[in-house]
Design a protein around this ligand. Structure first.
Ligand SMILES: Nc1nc2c(ncn2[C@@H]2O[C@H](COP(=O)(O)OP(=O)(O)OP(=O)(O)O)[C@@H](O)[C@H]2O)c(=O)[nH]1
Ligand SMILES: [Mg+2]
Length: 288
């Protein structure tokens, strides 16, 4: 039996969450075209007769600007500390030196697969140049090119991941798929819709707190607070005559319904909490 922890590292927007979902065959992590979408470490657990692989998505690696960022980078450090195999993911069209600097600074003591993502957008020559660049690096055990979006070469990547898993007994029960409760995913699904519906800075000033999650006879009742930093942001979230928040509610509800397979009654409230991103106590309350 093989068993171990595989963690995904890389800059924001490299495609880490997209890849986690492909490897899991299930949408666990939220994705957006904006950077810094992921704020938490999420573990997906895959159990088969001959292996158990626990794959973690992590926030994109950045220089922290406020306390929320520091917490995000704490979860990256934690992931470095308890990984058996690292996947170092990059957008193959991104600056190579920058990615190299980030990977080097992790000071990994375990095998690492450098995964060049978004390769469907690259020519063969470009791909060869990028993989060649990373093959020279000391931390790179193997280098491969994939497309998480188009699921190109992801099966091969998965085989290589199993190959590098240490021998050992499983850590989790076979029927567990993640370490997070349903309530967490509900909050994340709302956050994903905020990333897709609102422009610019709004998603970065927002947190979602699921206050109530009750399974009734015919439906699940959910109440969530959307936390923003300023009154003006509250106005934007609500939209004219509440138009935007209604759309957010409808889209989130549909997504949650398909995730839990039940009808949902969803209530959203917008609350202003100045500077929550720098407030230790509030960050804790919101699960960071
Ligand atoms: N063209 C292309 N786009 C991709 C690929 N993989 C992911 N993307 C896109 O890249 C964007 C970022 O993807 P995410 O999975 O959210 O990236 P991430 O690394 O988790 O980002 P953070 O959570 O911000 O660190 C999304 O728009 C994805 O659809 C790929 O193989 N090809
Ligand atoms: Mg992500």
């Amino acid at each position: 039996m093989k068993s171990g922890f595989v963690n995904l590292f890389g800059k924001p927007n490299a495609g880490k969450s997209t890849l986690l979902n492909v490897l899991m065959g299930e949408k666990l992590a939220i994705v957006s075209h904006k950077v810094q979408t992921t704020r938490h470490r999420i573990k997906g657990i895959l159990t088969a007769s001959e292996y158990q692989m626990i794959i973690s998505d992590t926030p994109g690696i950045i220089d922290p600007l406020y306390k929320l960022h520091e917490k995000m980078m704490d979860s990256v450090r934690q992931a470095v500390a308890d990984t058996d195999l690292a996947l170092l993911l990059l957008d193959g069209r991104d600056n190579l030196e920058e990615n190299d600097a980030i990977f080097s600074r992790l000071h990994l003591k375990v095998p690492a697969l450098v995964v060049v993502n978004k390769s469907e957008r690259m020519t063969d020559a470009e791909t060869a140049a990028v993989t060649g660049y990373f093959r020279e690096k000391k931390y790179a055990t193997e280098v491969l090119a994939i497309s998480a979006l188009k699921k190109i070469n992801t099966d091969f990547l998965f085989e290589r991941m199993i190959e590098h898993l240490p021998v050992g007994e499983p850590f989790f029960d076979g029927d567990e798929m993640t370490d997070r409760p349903v309530k967490f995913f509900v909050g994340e699904m709302i956050r994903e819709k905020i990333f897709s519906l609102y422009e610019d800075e709004i998603p970065y000033h927002t947190a979602v707190l699921v206050q109530e999650y009750k399974e009734k006879d015919t439906l699940t009742k959910i109440q969530a607070d959307i936390i923003v930093q300023r009154e003006t942001q509250k106005g934007i979230l609500l939209g004219e005559g509440g138009k935007m928040i209604r759309q957010l509610g409808t889209e989130s509800r549909k997504e949650i319904e398909s995730f839990i397979g039940r009808k949902v009654f969803l209530e959203l409230f917008v609350k202003v909490r100045p500077k929550w991103r720098d407030n230790e106590w509030q960050l804790r309350e919101y699960g960071y």
